[in-house]
Ligand binder design. Structure first.
Ligand SMILES: [Zn+2]
Length: 65
């Protein structure tokens, strides 16, 4: 059902969590966090060339000891 429209300014990566396609509308910065539209997980850009993302570490609520 996904119609892939070629867009020279769009960058596409695969979500490592749900394998959905994440489209970036512009070139990201290394370390930038984007959100997957499929599973809403936060993805951190770890490499620009080639473009790679990894699941951003979950920030745990820490109430201290
Ligand atoms: Zn996902």
């Amino acid at each position: 059902m996904n119609t892939q429209t070629p867009n020279p300014s769009a960058l596409i990566v695969e979500c490592p969590s749900c394998a959905d396609t994440v489209t970036l509308t512009r070139r990201p910065l290394c370390g930038e966090v984007v959100r997957c539209g499929g599973c809403a997980v936060e993805l951190e850009v770890v490499s620009i060339e080639p473009l790679r993302v990894e699941e951003a570490p979950q920030v745990q609520e820490d109430w201290g000891e």
